[in-house]
Structures are given as C-alpha cells and as structure tokens.
Ligand binder design. Structure first.
Ligand code: GLP
Length: 241
C-alpha cells in the first residue's frame, strides 16, 4: 500500500489527476472504475482541464461506474448518471458506447447485474479503480455486512448512508433506500486501486479502513488486501493515521 499525503483538497485532486493522466497516456484504451460523491469532483475537474489543454484523449477509454440508485431515472438530477454526465463525461471526449453505469430502472435486475460483470470482463477487467469511502466504511454502495465475495447486485442502503446522502435531495424521504453496486470482489479484481479522501470528517474512516481489522463490518478495510492500492489524502484526512 502506498499512502500519499498532500497539503489540501486541491493538491490531492491534482495528484490523483496526474496519476490517472499518466495511466491514460501509457494505455489509451484503459478501463477505469469511477466513483461519485464529493471527493472525486476535483479530480474530474482536473481531468477535464487536461483534456481541454489537449494533454489527454479519452476516445479509447472505457469506464464502469461503481453504483447507481435503484429506482432513479438517468435524467434524475440526483442519479449518478446525471452526476457523471454533468461533472465529467460531457466535459471530455469519452464515447457513449464506452461508458457503463448500472441502470437504476432496469426491469431485469439479475440479468442486468450479471451482464455488468460480463462487460467488465469483456473489456479485459478494470485497470484502475478510483474510490471514495463512506462514513460507515462503504465503498461503492457495499454497506457493512457485505460479503467479500459480493458481485454487482441490488443492495439496501444503511440508515447512515441515507442520512449522509440526503444533503443532495430535497428531504430524507426522497433518498432512495436501495442501489445497484459493484461488489467487493468486483472492486478487488481491479489491477490498481486509487482511494481518495479529504478533510477531518473522513480521517477516522480512513484510519479504520487502512489500519483497523479487515472485516465486512467495515467494508473499506478489505482494501488492505488489494494487490496495488494507492491512497491519496490531504493532511486532515491523514490526521488519524
Ligand atoms: C456515496 C457513493 C460512494 C462514495 C461515498 C462517499 O455514497 N456511493 O461511492 O464513496 O458516497 O462520498 P463522499 O466523497 O461525498 O464522501
């Protein structure tokens, strides 16, 4: 495990973008695993900036998002489809046919989840999985109790996740209670993994994930067993380590 500590959120985002940039330049048809949440916003901004400056070409890049709320249309402003389009995909030249996000409105759940896993395999697996981490240690939407063998599936969101994510919705009652997420086994199969965390509020979860017992009680702890994990933190997020 490699841990990099940067001064602040901006520096962290730049460092993460540098890593992603180098990887795309080395392998133009790279397969990325992408997160949502507040943490990767700076990274997406930096990548879009690099594209604008013609330092990056996404025309051969494929991406698989970690998760999507169950029941939300892609056009819903709080869906992860919407988030990705707004904050990243519309700003770079990635091709629609190379973008994959679980469909929160699928009518054939089992088949959809299985196909998602198959598509990842067809593209040669995820080269670089980028992650944030939730308060209860969730990665993607793998909540406490998720099996280390889990694959893409429908999950029920933990109460603390619903509360935390309600900041993006009109009210607590509007937050979906279920989601489709890649599993922990899916995430662990990625060749490289980049975990990002910023701010004091995320320091405790980072210390539990990186130094606590490896247990489904705190799903992010499984990353201690990843073959190639890089963690980029700002000073505040690293303060418990
Ligand atoms: C959501 C996403 C996670 C993300 C988490 C943390 O619940 N499903 O993939 O890591 O939020 O988000 P933030 O970056 O806002 O702390």
């Amino acid at each position: 495990m490699k841990i990099v500590v940067k001064k602040d959120y901006q520096e962290l985002s730049r460092e993460a973008a540098e890593i992603v940039k180098k990887r795309i330049q080395a392998k133009p048809d790279i397969v990325l695993g992408l997160p949502t949440g507040s943490t990767p916003l700076g990274l997406y901004k930096e990548l879009a900036r690099a594209y604008k400056k013609e330092e990056l070409d996404f025309s051969q890049v494929s991406s698989f998002n970690l998760d999507e709320y169950f029941g939300l249309e892609a056009s819903h402003p709080q869906s992860y489809h919407f988030y990705m389009e707004k904050n990243f995909f519309s700003l770079v030249n990635i091709r629609k046919e190379n973008v994959f996000i679980p469909d929160g409105k699928t009518s054939d759940l089992e088949n959809h989840c299985q196909c998602y896993e198959e598509k990842i395999k067809e593209r040669g697996g995820i080269d670089l999985q980028i992650l944030g981490i939730g308060r209860n240690g969730h990665i993607g939407f793998n909540e406490p109790g998720s099996s280390f063998n889990s694959r893409t599936r429908l999950v029920r969101l933990a109460q603390e996740t619903i509360e935390d994510n309600s900041r993006f919705f009109k009210s607590l009652a509007d937050v979906p209670t279920r989601a489709i997420t890649m599993g922990l086994a899916t995430i662990m199969e990625s060749k490289d993994c980049l975990l990002l965390a910023s701010g004091q509020a995320r320091s405790e979860r980072i210390s539990r994930a990186l130094k606590g017992p490896v247990s489904p009680d705190f799903p992010g702890s499984i990353l201690q067993k990843h073959r190639n994990l890089t963690v980029i933190l700002d000073k505040e997020a690293a303060s418990f380590l």
